[in-house]
Design a protein around this ligand. Structure first.
Ligand code: BTN
Length: 331
């Protein structure tokens, strides 16, 4: 868990979270951190300012009584299984869009991979230039910065692969039944809980900078959203019928996304991609309408091809393939 270079706050948390019910004495903490008890108390004050609460008893020491509900860097790093040397992290209080900030940082030469979380976004973006409502600190807004250096054709199925990995992680972590709606919506019973926005910068036919952006409605109830989206939206907490630990989810997602990215890079994703897609795909066999630019096509979904295009059997029984578009399931 913790490494020698960890901050005192992170070490204090690691010790107290090992067994949340247990008391840890002041001298034990002081010895572990090689700091005076006064210095430790000051670090605990800093943690209190971040939303942690502690109980202290003269004879017993300290224990943790509350963790913050919003994103917290020290907690994410503590829960993370990936080695800290493989990944760097930021939790920003507010940013225009984590995708835009990740693109700026990649352009400035920040070492990849990295994960950039924000508690809120002022200009969160969705597909087709739509707004991604990002005012609630109880949701996930994150972008991952990568430098894959591959030709763009290799990336055609990247977003689909990442989408099923996110579904698989959420299903395991929260005992829920998420599905993926081509190309990149995360849904529960057909209602949208999350979306992906992948953006690339191509140089000399190589993807130089890749930003993988993910938004998940975690603990904000859907009835709090603008009326035009509330009926089509759901939060992960509503699907799980409990509130979900945002920092545990953030860490588990970060682990899984890096593992999935690596598997995509070395081609080993092909061993499981088709099975995962079939497991989580909500559209197969459904009657849908697809809108692509000014075209509107109805048909039955047959699945996806090797390039990640959606296969639709139209009214004439002809199979048509689509690289992009927005799909509505017909009742
Ligand atoms: C969609 O379904 O339309 C995609 C939504 C993607 C939203 C995420 S939130 C984090 C990242 N930053 C953005 O501005 N957008 C993505």
């Amino acid at each position: 868990m913790s490494t020698p270079s960890d901050s005192p706050e992170k070490i204090i948390l690691a010790v107290l979270l090992k067994d949340e019910a247990a008391w840890v004495s002041g001298p034990t903490l002081a010895k572990k951190l090689k700091l005076s008890r006064v210095a430790i108390w000051k670090h605990m004050q800093k943690l209190s300012a971040q939303g942690f609460e502690f109980e202290s008893r003269r004879s017993l020491g300290y224990r943790i009584t509350k963790k913050p509900n919003n994103l917290n860097l020290a907690l994410i790093e503590l829960y993370l299984k990936t080695k800290p040397t493989e990944y760097s992290f930021d939790v920003l209080d507010e940013i225009d869009s984590t995708n835009d900030e990740a693109a700026r940082q990649l352009a400035q030469g920040r070492r990849a991979p990295f994960a950039l979380f924000a508690r809120t976004q002022t200009k969160g973006r969705g597909r087709f230039g739509r707004t991604w409502h990002s005012e609630s600190e109880t949701n996930i807004y994150v972008s991952f910065g990568f430098r894959p250096m591959v030709t763009p054709d290799k990336m055609q199925t990247f977003t689909l692969w990442m989408g099923v990995n996110i579904c698989d992680l959420i299903a395991t972590l929260t005992q829920t039944s998420p599905q993926v709606k081509w190309p990149n919506d995360i849904v529960f019973s057909g209602k949208k809980a999350g979306g992906i926005l992948t953006e690339a910068r191509v140089d000399a036919d190589q993807i130089r900078d890749l930003v993988f952006g993910l938004g998940i409605n975690v603990n904000k109830p859907s009835k709090g959203w603008p009326s035009e989206i509330a009926h089509r939206a759901i939060s992960l907490g509503e699907a799980a019928a409990r509130s979900v630990d945002l920092n545990e989810l953030a860490a588990a997602l970060s682990d899984r996304i890096l593992t999935a990215y690596k598997a995509f890079g070395d081609g080993s994703h092909l061993d499981t991609f088709a099975d995962l897609w079939n497991k989580y795909d909500i559209l197969r066999g459904k009657n849908v309408t697809l809108i692509e630019a000014d075209r509107r096509i109805s048909g039955i979904v047959l699945g996806i091809d090797d390039h990640g295009a959606l296969l639709l059997k139209d009214a004439d029984g002809k199979t048509q393939r689509f690289r992009a578009g927005e799909v509505t399931i017909e009742k």
